[in-house]
Design a protein around this ligand. Sequence first.
Ligand SMILES: [Zn+2]
Length: 89
Amino acid sequence: MTATHQPVCEIRQVRAAVLERDDYRCVRCGVTNEQYKAVYDRQLELRRRKPGSEYTLGGCEIVCRACNVQLSRSEARRKPEPLAKKREK
Ligand SMILES: [Zn+2]
């Protein structure tokens, strides 16, 4: 089993556990899953603290889409990809 190919059922379990731990709120802005669903008609997202890592209870947190995007952007700024290494996908 490789770290990047976890079964979906396992990721769902992690997601449920992380949701419960984070009190069904975005850890960054504090919007609740209920509020979020009411406004955007979608659920809060499971985010890995370390991109590309395995989904684990300790390694994930619950965020809303906006925070997820912002966090990903600030991460990209902190760790710029080397220019020589272009993304293939
Ligand atoms: Zn948020």
